[in-house]
Design a protein around this ligand. Structure first.
Ligand SMILES: NC(=O)c1ccc[n+]([C@@H]2O[C@H](COP(=O)([O-])OP(=O)(O)OC[C@H]3O[C@@H](n4cnc5c(N)ncnc54)[C@H](O)[C@@H]3O)[C@@H](O)[C@H]2O)c1
Length: 312
């Protein structure tokens, strides 16, 4: 059986648990050598524990794969460089970065502390920037030497960042940034054979059970063992394996939502309608024109209720 990622080297961040764990396991099963990075933090980013990453490495090795554990924080610029270097030192090169590490500090805007804002932005936005920045420098340098590595970056966004969700102003801002970061990096790196895409996953992990109990019920495992477990985090990994592969060479700057057996191709901000004046607008006239356009329903978009009804 030919494997999709034979000969590739991948880093999956936050791969000690949840979605990242399944991604690392499937990338290894598909032939990639994997750096399993995980700080081993609580869902709010507190604490440190090397054992989840090591456990995933042990499982990959038990199945005949090759992997190393890494406990650096992606939020640390120098630490992220060491993660990239660890892949190159151990496996001789790097092809794939899956920016998956994440934390939650949910609060309404009026209650959110500066530290809640900084922590979430640091892990998601700065962490994904850090990893991508060091990998892209490496891929550009290698490309100039004639070593084409078909670099792949996959960022982890969220419906909270694509659609908005009350109580998650820090997380939503971070996840919106991750979608646009992928689109931007893709434009910058296309000439070096690198693609960047983003996914918005839906899966049962501690993030959707312990951290946000309101989604726990919706994502519960089915009662019968023979029923498809739609929210099993395993269901996210096949899209990652495809996007990481040479088969996805023409998939550029896209954002996908994925859960269960469904993969949605999302559209970024697009023009829904416009109003035009031959001169500077009178604000009241502008208001009338915009209200008329809004009344046509042009801004009615997705909401999570619709998303879940497709999944079930
Ligand atoms: N579960 C969902 O339905 C869902 C929905 C949308 C987006 N996401 C995103 O998917 C990703 C994975 O989340 P999950 O649901 O598997 O949660 P999880 O809490 O099970 O896994 C996140 C992992 O990231 C690690 N981590 C945290 N900070 C880190 C840091 N600074 N450096 C390295 N590792 C760090 C944690 O230790 C943890 O193992 C996150 O980016 C999350 O925001 C999840």
């Amino acid at each position: 059986m030919s494997r999709l990622l034979e000969g590739k080297v991948a880093i999956v961040t936050g791969a000690g648990r949840g979605i990242g764990r399944e991604e690392a396991m499937l990338l290894a099963e598909q032939g990639a050598k994997v750096v399993v990075n995980d700080l081993g933090a609580g869902f709010d980013g507190s604490g440190k524990d090397d054992s989840p990453a090591q456990q995933v490495v042990n499982e990959i090795k038990a199945k005949g794969g090759d992997a190393i554990a890494n406990g650096e924080s992606v939020a640390d610029f120098a630490g992220a460089k060491r993660i990239v270097q660890a892949a190159i030192d151990k496996f001789g090169k790097l092809n794939i970065i899956v920016n998956n590490a994440g934390i939650l500090r949910d609060r309404m805007i009026f209650n959110m502390g500066e530290d809640d804002w900084d922590a979430v932005i640091n892990v998601h936005v700065k962490g994904s920037f850090n990893m991508s920045r060091h990998a892209c420098e490496y891929w550009r340098t290698e490309h100039k030497k004639g070593n084409v590595l078909n670099g792949r970056i996959i960022n982890t966004s969220s419906d909270a960042g694509l659609l908005g969700n009350a109580g998650q102003v820090n997380y939503g801002a971070a996840k919106a940034a991750l979608a646009l970061m992928a689109i931007t990096i893709d434009k910058e790196m296309a000439k070096y054979g690198v693609t960047a895409n983003a996914i918005a996953p839906l899966a049962r992990t501690r993030m959707t059970t312990d951290a946000t109990p309101q989604t726990a019920g919706m994502m519960a495992a089915p009662d019968q063992a023979d029923k498809f477990d739609v929210f099993n985090p395993k269901n996210i990994a096949p899209l990652i394996a495809f996007l990481a592969s040479d088969k996805a060479a023409d998939v550029h700057g896209q954002v996908f939502r994925v859960g269960g057996g469904v993969v949605w191709l999302m559209r970024p901000w697009t023009t829904a309608a416009y109003v035009k004046s031959a001169d500077t607008w009178d604000p009241a006239d502008l208001g009338d024109k915009l209200n008329a356009e809004l009344a046509k329903g042009v801004t009615a978009g997705d909401d999570l209720g619709k998303v879940f009804s497709v999944l079930q």
